[in-house]
Design a protein around this ligand. Structure first.
Ligand code: NAP
Length: 352
């Protein structure tokens, strides 16, 4: 039986990937960070909490990672844990550099010293492309130049290059997925898609009267997260270690997401959506569009869920959750609920 170790198993991608690997017969281990209140709601929601082996670890600490690798004896490691909010990377740039960048070195060094045959996946991001005028008319692929515009993106770029250097210098099977935005009902509430679906659900049920948003004209290439984790698995199981872009190749604006969502509840967004400058990024860019033809050709990966279906899945699921909440059922839902309280206090939102 193959063994996999997932860092960030409590996050959106980590939870979906764990389910995917379990479905494929893997023994799954996951690292999580020790907190006073454990954040296992996604694993519980997917019904896999009892099926995985959890290891408490600090990804910024080499010994902790080496221990996790020794404990799991994993054949495949998926390093997904990250401080994944662009805006928060301005609040804590040094921590972000450690968590998102240096942690990659901890994993690669531990693999090199423990067992060089262990395969390694790093969660790269389209944020590494950042902003460039030339991108306005381009679909971005594995050859496109990087131009990061946030501490988050520079930290990720460090991880990407280090993963590549270890592949080329030490011949490790270490690859990066350059993933464009991917969303789902398990997306954190800070992210704009989930913020929209959650608030539309609440408006539908009479629990809210407004949706406050920053730049409605920002466009992104939004896919469905469960399909993207399949791409990660394919990358580690292909013959040759290579980096791949995963994207839908379509872009849609925040405004379109809002309009599609409000259509589902039969209400006019004009009456509910308020513009709020505090939700804007330090440096924003209008359009991010990916070209995943290499992954489609070489891995057989393909995005299947349309933009409209994605909005529907997310809004309907948030309606279902809030309906349950109204009936007094709150278990799997407590984490997003408290997160919402925190967001109200801090007032922040990002696009990835
Ligand atoms: P997510 O839902 O925010 O999950 C992030 C995970 O990292 C969680 O398990 C979180 O743990 C963990 N984490 C955060 N800070 C940590 C720290 N200091 N030490 C250890 N663990 C920490 O993110 P996601 O959407 O699943 O994304 C997975 C990966 O893909 C991330 O690296 C992200 O940057 C990257 N990515 C995501 C997208 C996207 O559109 N979703 C696109 C490109 C790349 P807690 O549960 O304890 O908070």
């Amino acid at each position: 039986m193959k063994k996999a170790l997932i860092s960030g198993i409590t996050g959106q991608d980590g939870a979906y990937l764990a389910r995917h690997l379990l479905d494929n017969g893997y023994e799954v281990y996951g690292t999580y960070r020790r907190t006073s209140t454990p954040n296992f709601w996604r694993l519980d929601y997917l019904g896999i909490f009892d099926k995985i082996n959890l290891i408490s670890a600090d990804i910024t600490d080499f010994s902790s990672i080496l221990d996790a690798i020794k404990t799991s004896q994993a054949d495949e490691i998926y390093h997904l844990a990250a401080q994944s909010f662009v805006r928060a990377s301005y609040e804590s740039p040094i921590a972000t550099a450690n968590i998102d960048g240096i942690s990659v070195l901890n994993f690669l060094e531990a693999i090199r010293l423990h067992d060089e045959s262990t395969k390694f996946y790093f969660a790269g991001t389209s944020e590494m492309y950042g902003q460039s005028v030339q991108y306005q008319k381009m679909k971005l692929n594995e050859e496109s130049p990087f131009n990061p515009v946030s501490p988050y993106a520079t930290a990720k770029l460090y991880g990407y290059w280090t993963t590549r250097i270890y592949r080329e210098s030490y011949k490790l099977f270490s690859v990066s997925g350059i993933l464009f935005n991917h969303e789902s009902p398990l997306r954190g509430l800070e992210f704009v898609t989930r913020k929209i679906s959650n608030e539309i659900a609440r408006i539908h049920l009479g629990l809210s009267k407004e949706l406050r948003l920053g730049n409605m004209d920002s466009k992104r290439d939004w896919g469905y997260a469960p399909e993207y984790v399949e791409g990660m698995h394919l990358m580690l199981n292909s013959k040759t270690p290579k980096d791949y872009v995963l994207a839908t190749g379509e872009s849609h604006s925040v405004r379109e997401f809002v309009e599609e969502g409000f259509k589902l509840i039969g209400k006019d967004p004009e009456k509910y959506v308020k513009s709020d400058k505090t939700f804007r990024r330090h440096i924003d860019f209008d359009l991010v569009l990916g070209d995943s033809s290499k992954a489609q050709k070489e891995l057989g990966w393909k995005p299947k869920t349309s933009f409209r279906e994605l909005v529907k899945i997310m809004v309907n699921e948030d309606i279902r959750r809030w309906e349950k909440w109204q009936k007094g059922e709150r278990f799997s839902f407590d984490a997003p609920y408290y997160k919402e309280m925190e967001m109200k206090k801090r007032g922040r939102e990002v696009l990835e």
